[in-house]
Ligand binder design. Structure first.
Ligand code: ASP
Length: 352
């Protein structure tokens, strides 16, 4: 009897060893192997076409996106966790006037800037977010404080700022966020019901204005331990109503991470991403319907958001460290860097 048990155990051990070996050796291996890590970022989606962005601007965007990728990647490379990597990448974009987050935040209908941000940990499903803040230099850091140091998920306005200050997050006078470019964008549509996300090119003095570069920023990372994190930071949409909050600080809509499926950050017409609970919907399609990430993204962006009239895009890293993105707008600032050496920064849809 003992002999049979011994043989049976040996058989089991052999089977399990074989499984480990075969997963290591598969050439087209998509299953995450130990020490694989990756980061994907976006800098907003919208009317991003070659004819609207000159070469100098293209270079500036490419360089800043690369800097953000490098900052996040450096954290992962040094065995850092995915939350810190997401934060590091987003910080770079928040500090740049090129993007609609932090320094480059757009103005609301009153001529003020109100920023939103969120972050989520795919391992624990912990999350933190802030909404309607305008004295926090890097709103993503405040979102992290809400996650780590409060029992809440989303704090708005003054309360979010009090907590951020208490935990040593850098505060600034709201004049820090001033940029003439964003103010000009507001002046073009202030006093109308238009927000700069209606995505309809409009005519001013017979000149076609298609300046719908949403500019929200986001990052998703998977670290060496297979933990996924996602974050998003935004100034919202130009000419939004006072107090308007979009999808970016809403967990499940603009940001979601779950080690069982994927991490996602969204950009686009926030109201539609909220109504479809976009990021969580993608995760659920993968988890419960068995869709591949690219099919799940397509379903939500085109068949759900698109059908309602929404525009935008999403970036995604799945549990195997594979990277996906999709968008139904003309372009999306985006890039990724993987531990296997692959890296890319893009902004246009091909041929546009
Ligand atoms: N989704 C953001 C919002 O609606 C805007 C954007 O992505 O540019 O606030």
């Amino acid at each position: 009897m003992k002999k049979i048990t011994f043989l049976f155990l040996t058989f089991l051990i052999l089977i399990s060893c074989n499984e480990v070996d075969s997963s290591k050796n598969t050439k087209k291996e998509t299953k995450k192997t130990l020490n694989t890590f990756a980061i994907v970022i976006h800098g907003g989606a919208g009317g991003i076409r070659r004819k609207y962005i000159n070469e100098e601007q293209q270079k500036a965007y490419t360089a800043k996106l690369q800097e953000a990728l490098d900052a996040g990647y450096a954290v992962l490379e040094k065995n850092g966790n995915s939350l810190d990597a997401v934060q590091a990448a987003i910080n770079v974009m928040e500090n740049s006037p090129l993007f609609n987050a932090g320094k480059g935040a757009v103005y609301n209908s009153e001529g003020n800037q109100e920023m939103d941000a969120s972050i989520m940990d795919g391992k624990t499903l912990n999350a933190g977010a802030v909404a309607g803040v305008n004295h926090i230099k890097n709103p993503i850091l405040a979102a992290r404080v809400v996650m780590d140091s409060s029992k809440h998920v989303l704090l708005s306005g003054k309360g979010a700022e009090i907590l951020a200050k208490k935990y040593g997050i850098e505060m600034v006078d709201s004049s820090y966020f001033f940029t003439q470019k964003r103010l000009n964008q507001l002046r073009k549509i202030q006093g109308t019901e238009k927000t700069q996300l209606d995505h309809t090119a409009f005519l001013i003095k017979n000149e076609l204005i298609d300046d719908h570069k949403y500019g929200t920023v986001g990052a998703v990372a998977i670290d060496k331990n297979g933990n996924i994190a996602a974050g998003t930071s935004t100034g919202g949409v130009t000419n939004k109503k006072y107090g308007r909050i979009g999808d970016s600080p809403i967990i499940g809509a603009g940001t979601y991470a779950n080690n069982l499926t994927c991490g996602i950050s969204c950009t686009g017409t926030g109201e539609y991403f909220m109504r479809t609970v976009a990021a969580h919907e993608v995760s659920n399609l993968i988890r419960y319907k068995g869709l591949s990430p690219d099919k799940a993204l397509h379903e939500v962006i085109f068949n759900q958001i698109g059908k309602l009239g929404g525009k935008g895009g999403m970036i995604l890293i799945d549990k195997n460290a594979d990277i996906f993105w999709d968008f139904n707008s003309n372009g999306m600032f985006r890039g990724y860097k993987k531990s296997n050496g692959e890296s890319k920064v893009l902004m246009f849809r091909t041929n546009k």
